[in-house]
Design a protein around this ligand. Sequence first.
Ligand code: X8Z
Ligand code: ZN
Length: 614
Amino acid sequence: MKLKLMAAGAAIALVAGLGLAASTGAPAQAQTPAATPAAIPTPAEAKAFTDKAEADLEKLSEYVNKASWVRATYITEDTQWLEAKATAEITDLATKYAMQASLYDKTDADPVTRRKLDLLKRGLVVAAPQRPGAADQLATIASRLDSTYSTGKFQYGGKTLTLNDAEDIMAQSRDPAELKAVWEGWHSISPVMRGDYAELVKLANEGATGLGYKDTGALWRSGYDMPADAFAAETDRLWKQVEPFYKNLHCYVRARLNEKYGDGVQPRTGPIRADLLGNMWAQDWGNIYPLVAPKEDTSAYSLDDLLVKAGYDPVKMVKTGENFYSSLGFDPLPDTFWTRSQITRPRDREVVCHASAWDLDDKSDIRIKMCTKVNGDDFYTVHHELGHNYYQRAYSGQPWLFRGGANDGFHEAIGDFAGLSALTPTYLNQIGLLDKVPGEEGDIPFLMKMALQKIAFLPFGLLVDKWRWQVFDGQLTPATYNDGWWKLRTQYQGITPPGTRPADAFDPGAKYHVPGNVPYTRYFLAHIYQFQFHRAACKMEGWKGPLHRCSIYGNKAVGAKFKTMLEMGQSQPWPKELAAFTGETQTDASAVTDYFQPLNKWLIKANKGEKCGW
Ligand code: X8Z
Ligand code: ZN
């Protein structure tokens, strides 16, 4: 359960954090014979049940966390075995408790117990089929998929490349042939995962139906304090709010890429070639800023260069992140954070490099696991990961079942909210990275950089789980996994692969969260919540200027109010927690369009004469 809270670690994959929300659909009557009372159980019996479940799961979770940490920071046959054994045990236990929780559906339980029962029922990312050996099989496949991704390598230019190497090339190279080769090279690591993935889907669905859910996708959609179908509609509503802006950005970027590469590489109309956008998954286009920079950008600076010039190293990047949170009034990170975290890629062993934040003991043993490089992307990721850790520490005083994000999107949005201030030129100047804060002439260039990161991400954030929802509900089968993936990639992102895909391609497997089995809609939500947090915080601070120039660095009053929300963990439905900080009770993408309003206006003008869309 807990484990879901770890940003994106393998452990999260199986035993997700307990989301919130009223139970959706009609989880089946538990079939666990042992606890079937003849009459409706009393409120006291319900409380005794949640107390026991909570104590048992808490006891087991530290051991599972440690096994997962060891596997993620030292991938071997043996550590995979150990992780799978531990994960199977807790998944099985959590699934049993999820089933038994339904026995109290008619009990007039007190509100705290009722919430805990609901969380027990919907907190799993993966439920285990209740037959001998199935939980072990599921955990073994999950650990293997995550390890296969994390150890993936391919040959290019006479060298063996890791994902880290490939990402650098995708970010920096402007040679379309090289970009295509490296993109295809990385995507060659995933076909081998397709069989395992199909098996994982089958087992996870068996577990979910055992709990009364239609499939695993329905289980995932049930964690948001509203019926699962309403949640799916909610994500579509939010997308509609931002889609026109995304299309304007897409149109502008495509035109600049066409000017740079010519019609033969990037036509002026139609989808954009996925490998030209500076990122392996075309989910963050910030690295191609120099290709699309507005002409009026006279004050251009590159955060990559500023960090290198200032002599930053990975530890200094993390210390800088810590300092940001300290300025808001958060306590410094514990000594164990520094001795136990993995901040850089070890030289001599295989690890999961995909960044994550961990809470090993639900008290103070918080850590990050990154393969930090000195660049702007990782400067940002450090703030993102630390957000998870400060959240974990803030809610550690809650009962175990309430230690989680108000929903998983909140968990992702905490550090992103900090990052919105930490990326402002004003802040970079305050910490001595940037000499001079650009004047108004720097606004459009700055907003363009931010949009390449934040707006470009939105359709990707939405479609990863649209794809998985279709996989879990059977609309897509192993034979159509890849076509279904590209259909969504083209429909939402307006991108296309750099060449024909091989028949055995399994391109979703080349994105961490698919083999890692980490739900992804959380990031889509976070890309909206963070702007809602930011808009509210800037209002609190009395900021009168444009939102993109506001920074909350050093504001202890904002920090204290933010902390109050974080301390609530998942004890309340998320709208109540959102209201505690922002006064709003709805997810509202107008905060995104407010922030970017000047850029959208500028894009509409710049796109005059273009045939936008694809
Ligand atoms: O996975 C992450 C974090 C860990 S929770 C590094 N992110 C998503 C991704 O990398 O795809 C952050 C942004 C989206
Ligand atoms: Zn995260």
